[in-house]
Design a protein around this ligand. Structure first.
Ligand code: UD1
Ligand code: CA
Length: 455
């Protein structure tokens, strides 16, 4: 049987109090709508149609997936009206699964179970809540068979006591749906075309209705305001942390871990508290990451130790290196391996050869540093002349004295030593001491100024 999915995403989301359409607010740096689309793909539908309205093109541009189909709902006249807008694009689908763009944590396993239990009838995903206020209630008869769904604003006091509610997620038989949608009326408390009204139509035609519930209630939770968005962010993070822990990643406290992208890891890696991972991050084996590190689109090889408070972005840290505390690796930083990078060191677009050390208070930008080089405290590669960037090249086994300014383009030869406090503007030859500092003198008979006595 063919499966089409329609994702309802036309609502405005007034309660977010935001200029951004609601479905573009993010969880783990991915728009709510993208979460739903990614999950929808996992049940292998023939087509996915997104019903959009509020925010129009902004929504379409934010979700560039080429194979998506889009249906505009210019005025939000209700969930039934929204599905009707997608029907021309769902022609020929045996089953139609309705999802909400603002219910991001639904799992593919749950959707598959719903599809399977629906057969060629109707499938309804419900949850039972302690406080069902606001939701459509599932009205069952004396035998427990579902009769209809009653919206909160249309429910009698007795119906309002029903705790089983409609999540909004349902599977519908494609062949019957167009006809049912055509029969909807908006004669109800909200003056809307309710998708939920088709349930009673199906029941009256003897179409079987199957009901299933998600494993976790959070799967069915929607986002209407920023409080709910924040709660679902925590739920997503807990879910991700649990998955990683079970996959063997060590974590000192899964409640203080944030993944906003993808994380691949080898064996016996351990993350201390408040580590934030963004984009795509790959860890080798036995990587240790200290508290408060931010890792964005980077690769960290085996046996690397990252001490606390490092920011690593689009960088590659080779095996056995030790970085931090308080180090910043910017795009294009490549530590080849066995390196030490210490506090208040910034490295950008530079290769640091095997075993080289940059331990304190240093800026290395646009540089190629060889092996076993020691870069002294306070060294600066002056890579920018105000108009263009230039490279600094340092050969193997060189020693750069503290507080050296290397004015690029410049080359320091292999084994060269640069005296502390030098400003190097021309190439320094291999194996020799080069320094630019004035010779130290001691002034005979010099005296400190003294305070004048008060008159
Ligand atoms: C709907 C259900 C209710 C269920 C609840 C679960 C109906 C009539 N009611 O109520 O039974 O308990 O969801 O959260 O279906 N949307 C559109 N176009 C519209 C209207 C809505 O795209 O014209 C989209 C919204 O953006 C949202 C979803 O449909 O993603 C649900 O709309 P919402 O107004 O939140 O539905 P409820 O009134 O909460
Ligand atoms: Ca509503």
């Amino acid at each position: 049987m063919t499966l089409g999915i329609v994702i309802l995403a036309a609502g405005q989301g007034t309660r977010m109090k935001s200029d951004l359409p609601k479905v573009l607010h993010t969880l783990g740096d991915r728009p709510l709508l993208q979460h739903v689309i990614d999950t929808a793909r996992q049940v292998a539908p023939e087509r996915i149609v997104v019903v959009y309205g509020h925010g129009g093109d902004q929504v379409r541009e934010a979700v560039p997936d080429a194979d998506l189909l889009w249906a505009e709902q210019a005025a939000q006249l209700g969930t039934g009206h929204a599905v009707a807008q997608a029907m021309p694009q769902l022609e020929g689908m045996d089953r139609i699964l309705v999802l909400y763009g603002d219910v991001p944590l639904i799992r593919a396993e749950t959707l598959q179970r719903l599809i399977d239990c629906a057969g060629d009838g109707l499938g309804l995903l419900t949850v039972t809540l302690d406080d069902p206020t606001g939701y459509g209630r599932i009205q069952r008869d004396a035998d427990g068979e579902v009769q209809c769904i009653v919206e909160q604003k249309d429910a009698s006091p007795e119906q309002q006591t029903i705790c089983e509610v409609n999540t909004g997620i349902m599977v519908l038989p494609g062949a019957r749906l167009a006809q049912w949608l055509g029969r909807l009326s908006n004669d109800n408390a909200q003056g809307e075309y309710y998708l939920t009204d088709i349930l009673a139509m199906a029941v009256s035609e003897g179409i079987p209705v199957a009901v299933t519930q998600p494993d976790e209630a959070v799967e069915a939770e929607g986002v209407n305001n920023r409080l709910q968005l924040a709660a679902l962010e925590r739920a997503l993070q807990r879910r991700q942390a649990e998955r990683l822990l079970l996959a063997g990643l060590g974590m000192r406290d899964p409640a203080r871990f944030d993944l906003r992208g993808s994380l691949a890891h080898g064996r016996d890696c351990v993350l201390d508290v408040n580590v934030v991972i963004e984009g795509d991050v790959v860890l080798g084996d036995r990587v240790r990451i200290g508290p408060n590190c931010v890792l964005r689109n980077c690769r960290i090889d085996d046996d690397v130790e990252l001490l606390e408070n490092c920011v690593i972005e689009s960088a590659h840290i080779g095996a056995g290196s030790r970085v931090g505390p308080f180090s910043r690796l910017r795009p294009g930083a490549h530590l080849v391996g066995g390196n030490h990078v210490g506090n208040f060191v910034e490295i950008k677009n530079a290769v640091i050869g095997e075993g080289s050390k940059v331990n304190h208070l240093t800026y290395v930008g646009d540089a190629d540093i060889g092996r076993r080089v020691n870069v002294g405290a306070g060294t600066i590669t002056c890579n920018y002349d105000g108009a263009n960037k230039h490279r600094t090249v340092i050969g193997d086994d060189a020693f750069i004295g503290s507080n050296t300014a290397l004015v690029a383009p410049v080359t320091v030869g292999p084994g060269a030593t640069i005296g502390a406090g030098s400003v190097i503007t021309r190439d320094a030859p291999e194996g020799q001491l080069t320094l630019t500092r004035a010779r130290q003198t001691t002034v005979e008979g010099w005296e400190r100024p003294r305070k004048k006595p008060k008159a």
